[in-house]
Ligand binder design. Structure first.
Ligand code: NAD
Length: 498
């Protein structure tokens, strides 16, 4: 049966929502009994009172993780066993696609169609791909003479603390969880206080797939009161994070202030999308420029928030992007085909509207949108917004807005395009549109970003690493490179001389 807005509302009303922490294989209340309200940004409705984790819950979860690690029920199993369990886990995620997609949408406001088309399948693929890879990762033998043997092996870190954001709650959690589990670690995960629901369900599915109790724990709560105790914990061996650069910097300090735990941060972005006058298809480039900033309400670390356009085509090109953007108005996230849904919460709406006001105050020209949208009473919606005539250096050209706000900046030649593109604290992603293959090579080599695309935006797969240069981060998720974050490398020497 084809889904409708009404049928999805009925389905969502029947969902069971898990609100307790998941520690040592069981759903439990916070030790001090505290909860926080989990509000849907679709209409401001209370979805549940979620366990508000604190130091006490983190201590409990870390103890469970440590005990499970030492017991070896997971850490000492064969790679083939872990592979089978992760693949079963992936299948369970796929079986529960509709439920997880609705829950994700209810909790953080993204269109259900986006969750069905990307978030849930990407979660399953990450688990399946990582599972498939585990028994294909070999150690090394050092180049020695006949009298000794040097073996280089990877060992799990032990207990991994993972702290993740709210924009892709399932996917961001799984990019950490899958390689951590694959390598035999035990995990304590703290989801964002703005979107804790799907990961709590994920923990239950993990158990059902065969992950032993204590190996995967979820403690919901706030950054200061649950995140920092995890980051500072003396019995956590590795800390992996996705979120803002400011918090990433703080977590690097926490690692240094405590036990020098391995710490990898995936942080913010202000990605440039560079369109030269010889782009192969200006309409296609304009549509891509619009969806690259308005997808997921602009709440994407790689959002193409800076559109750098060669001056000779700027006016014409901006008109095309405005046309494409106008078609992407926010709707109730359950509406089939909705291009944009709700912003994550009222506080974030206020923050994004503050940037829009700043753009106007600094003299940029509002070419589209700029207002809150009235979609559902009590909900959080913002129109797709485009500023033309932005000067490199304006606040909206420098700071990560993390909302549906595009800054268009003109450039006169390749050198200026590169200067503007690279003059940023961030270096997560970038794209270049040109027919000239030599220019494509030249520019991509000079762009200081972890992912660079030519004549499209946002290509990617589990087969390639993802992460940033500069203050966008210091590690890589996805692909075999992700395993580096979850393992120590050991050199074992054996004397063969007798
Ligand atoms: P955030 O930094 O505010 O929060 C991220 C997580 O950190 C949350 O779970 C939060 O509770 C926790 N946290 C906050 N303060 C903390 C503290 N002092 N100690 C420990 N934990 C703390 O980020 P957000 O608003 O949830 O997410 C948006 C940010 O995430 C954007 O900057 C975006 O670019 C970034 N992001 C990056 C990637 C990537 O792969 N590079 C992917 C998605 C999102």
């Amino acid at each position: 049966m084809t889904a409708t807005l009404e049928s999805r509302k009925t389905q969502a009303a029947g969902l069971t929502i898990r609100t307790q922490a998941f520690i040592d294989g069981k759903f439990v209340d916070a030790v001090n009994g505290n909860t926080f309200d989990c509000i849907s940004p679709i209409d401001g409705r209370l979805l549940g009172k979620v366990a508000d984790g604190s130091q006490l819950d983190i201590d409990k979860a870390v103890l469970a993780a440590r005990s499970s690690f030492e017991a070896g029920h997971w850490s000492n199993t064969t790679p083939v066993h872990r592979k089978k369990v992760l693949q079963r886990f992936a299948e369970l995620v796929t079986t529960h696609t509709d439920e997880l997609a609705l829950l994700e949408s209810l909790d953080m406001g993204k269109p259900v169609d986006d969750a069905l088309g990307y978030d849930v399948p990407a979660t399953a693929r990450c688990l399946a791909w990582t599972g498939e890879a585990i028994d294909k990762v070999y150690g090394e033998v050092a180049a020695t003479g006949p009298n000794e043997l040097g073996m280089i092996t990877r060992e799990p870190l032990g207990v991994v603390g993972a702290i993740v954001p709210w924009n892709f709650p399932l996917v961001m959690a799984t990019w950490k969880l899958a390689p951590a589990l694959a390598m035999g670690n035990s995990v304590v995960l703290k989801p964002s206080e703005k979107s804790p629901l799907t990961v709590l369900r994920l923990a239950e599915l993990a158990m059902e797939a065969g992950i032993p109790a204590g190996v995967f724990n979820v403690v919901p709560g706030f950054g200061k009161t649950a995140g920092e105790p995890l980051a500072l914990h003396m019995d956590v061996d590795g800390l992996v994070f996705t979120g803002s650069t400011a918090v990433g910097k703080r977590l690097l300090q926490c690692a240094g202030l405590s036990n020098m735990k391995r710490a990898y941060m995936e942080c913010g972005g202000k990605s440039p999308n560079i369109v030269f006058a010889d782009a192969p298809d200006l309409d296609k480039a304009a549509q891509a420029a619009a969806s690259a900033i308005f997808y997921n309400q602009g709440e994407v670390c790689t959002a193409a928030s800076r559109l750098l356009v060669e001056e000779s085509i700027r006016e014409d090109f901006v008109a095309r992007v405005v046309d494409a953007g106008r078609k992407l108005q926010p709707q109730h996230p359950f509406t089939p085909g909705a291009a944009m849904g709700a912003m994550v919460d009222a506080g974030h709406v206020e923050r994004v509207m503050g940037f829009i006001a700043k753009g106007q105050a600094e003299g940029a020209r509002l070419a589209l949108g700029g207002k809150q949208a009235q979609v559902v009473e009590g909900g959080c919606y913002i129109e797709p917004t485009i500023f033309d005539g932005v000067q490199h250096g304006h606040t909206i050209s420098r700071e990560e807005i993390f909302g549906p706000v595009l800054s268009v900046i003109g450039f006169t030649d390749e050198a200026q395009a590169l200067k503007f593109a690279n003059d940023s604290d961030y270096g997560l992603a970038a794209a270049v549109w040109t027919r000239d293959i030599a220019r494509a090579h030249r520019v991509t080599r000079k762009l200081r970003a972890g992912s660079v695309w030519v004549n499209y935006w946002d290509g990617g797969d589990m087969t390639a690493p993802f992460g940033g240069y500069k203050q966008s981060g210091n590690g890589r998720d996805k692909s075999l490179h992700a395993f580096d974050k979850y393992t120590e490398i050991k050199a074992t020497w054996i004397n063969l001389k007798g």
